[in-house]
Ligand binder design. Structure first.
Ligand code: FAD
Length: 472
């Protein structure tokens, strides 16, 4: 089938209004970081599972590859087309219905294009918590969250997107519908197909719906902000918080002084507390099923102990929800403040929590020695051993030139150090096209061979998001 006939078929399947070929398609063709810009043959916006299946079948018959897309907030260049003008962007955004909420089973079944924040709100209205939470939640979709196995701020208590998913509906690369929308918590009937698709970044099939876990809404959620004298002491505080808050500990974020100084510089209205005289601040969240008074009492006891032991030098507990939101807003503004400061080199790494202080000390020194004056924007989900360890050009330097000339070298230094510490070069953002080469350098040949075998078995025509995650 030639491309003109394919476009005619696609218009028949989803309606002419939902096959976009002309005009400004940058919302679908350019990634969130504005580092990847492609050209699509068309952006196709199906409205149902049957339409997705028919679209995939038509593309398979024409030998045209597909790039699934949700909110296009991914950070590894995985959701935009290449520059060939021969790929179809398959946007799931029109599929945004909550299909069912099963209160007794603590689950909800939703279309893949539902925006994460809408799902959090739907759950809350029904008296439940859907705990996946990240700064892009107003735009990202649950399909994209699952395809990239997103993490976010509550992983240490509830797990990442994979842990919150009980079942999937998937369109295979041949256009068949795999109906795996199970709400089962136990199902040992062979290979776990759901887990194959979670984190596959659109390279094995298209997620059209998911059954998700819900939790009871906590009676209170309290937020505290603490100044800590070192990364070592931040890890000590994490241990204390685990012991004293137990399952109540739902957030533990670390933020370096330079990262916070960028928020203060670029978003002065946010009033960053306690950061000026301390190398790190920590944001803690305590979710309590008894009452706010109980949560506050627990928090105050923990912080008193931490002050006594010297792992905290000063702390504040948010008085109300507005203050708590403001503290989280500061944390979530770090990536934006960094972007305001100029282009930078991002790393999303994980290391065993116990080894993070040594990793930071060693890697900071390696970078300072290799590139004197570089500025390190270090922050992240310390409770999960996940740091966003980003590198900014020296003060007053040309950020674009720094990125162009030093990115490869900086990446090599950071990823070699990550390997020395037994860590991962991608904790939560995935591989996409950005980390394809790096994955080949850092994953074992045995693991890579198994990944290629899975890709070739499920997608022998290599039509599902080719050139992402694994080369075949
Ligand atoms: P997209 O960007 O559209 O796609 C992401 C990948 O999934 C692509 O490979 C795409 O092809 C594939 N895909 C999308 N939908 C489907 C589908 N239905 N079926 C199959 N494949 C599909 N991530 C974290 O893990 N933790 C964070 O804390 C975090 N914070 C962020 C903060 C900001 C400000 C931003 C911009 C991003 C952040 N991210 C974070 C990145 C994160 O991966 C995405 O925000 C989100 O999970 C992607 O969802 P999306 O719908 O935008 O997917």
């Amino acid at each position: 089938m030639d491309t003109l006939s394919l476009l005619t078929s696609l218009r028949d399947i989803v309606g002419a209004a939902h096959v976009l070929c002309d005009g400004d398609l940058s919302a679908w063709e350019q990634d969130w970081r504005k580092r990847a810009r492609g050209k699509a043959l068309a952006v196709v916006r199906p409205g149902s599972t049957a339409e997705v299946a028919a679209t995939v079948k038509a593309c398979a018959a024409a030998g045209i590859s597909l790039v699934p897309q949700g909110g296009n907030t991914g950070l590894v260049g995985g959701s935009t087309p290449d520059g060939s003008g021969r790929q179809i962007v398959l946007s799931l955004q029109r599929m945004n219905t909550v299909r069912a909420l099963d209160a007794a089973n603590l689950t909800m079944t939703v279309d893949a294009g539902c925006v994460l924040q809408t799902l959090q709100e739907t759950a809350e209205k029904a008296g439940f918590l859907f705990p996946l939470s990240l700064a892009a939640e107003g735009s990202c979709t649950i399909g994209g969250n699952l395809a990239s196995n997103a993490g976010g701020t509550q992983v240490l208590r509830y797990g990442n997107a994979r842990d919150l998913c009980l079942g999937l509906e998937v369109i295979t690369p041949q256009g068949d519908i795999w109906e795996g929308l199970s709400g089962l918590r136990k199902d040992n009937t062979g290979y776990d197909l759901r887990d194959l698709f979670v984190g596959s970044e659109g390279t094995l099939g298209i997620i059209t719906a998911a059954t998700l876990k819900l939790y009871p809404l906590p009676a209170a959620q309290l937020t505290a902000w603490a100044a800590v004298p070192s990364m070592d002491q931040a890890v000590t505080l994490l241990g204390l918080a685990h012991r004293h808050l137990g399952a109540g500990l739902t957030g533990f974020e670390v933020m370096g002084q330079f990262a916070l100084s960028l928020v203060a510089k670029h978003f002065g209205q946010l009033r960053v507390p306690l950061y000026q005289d301390t190398p790190f601040c920590v944001l803690l969240e305590n979710s309590d099923h008894e009452s706010e008074a109980h949560a506050r009492e627990q928090f105050e006891r923990l912080l008193e102990l931490a002050l006594e032991q010297g792992c905290v030098t000063d702390a504040v507990v948010a008085e109300n929800l507005a203050q708590a939101h403001q503290l989280w807003h500061i944390r979530e503004s770090i990536p934006l403040a960094q972007a305001e400061e100029g282009l930078n080199i991002k790393h999303d790494i994980s290391i065993a929590v116990s080894r993070i202080p040594e990793f930071v000390e060693v890697t900071d020194a390696i970078l300072q020695q290799a590139l004197p004056g570089v500025r390190l924007v270090n922050f992240g989900h310390l409770g999960d051993g996940n740091l966003h360890y980003n590198v900014q050009a020296p003060e007053g330097g040309d950020a674009a030139a720094f990125l162009r000339e030093q990115e490869e070298r900086v990446n090599a230094l950071v990823y070699d150090s990550v390997a020395q510490f037994g860590g991962s070069i991608s904790a939560e953002h995935g591989v996409g096209s950005l980390k394809l080469d790096k994955l080949e350098q850092h994953k074992s040949p045995v693991a890579l061979n198994m990944m290629r075998a899975i890709k070739q078995a499920l997608d022998p025509q290599n039509l599902m998001n080719p050139g992402r995650v694994v080369r075949v």
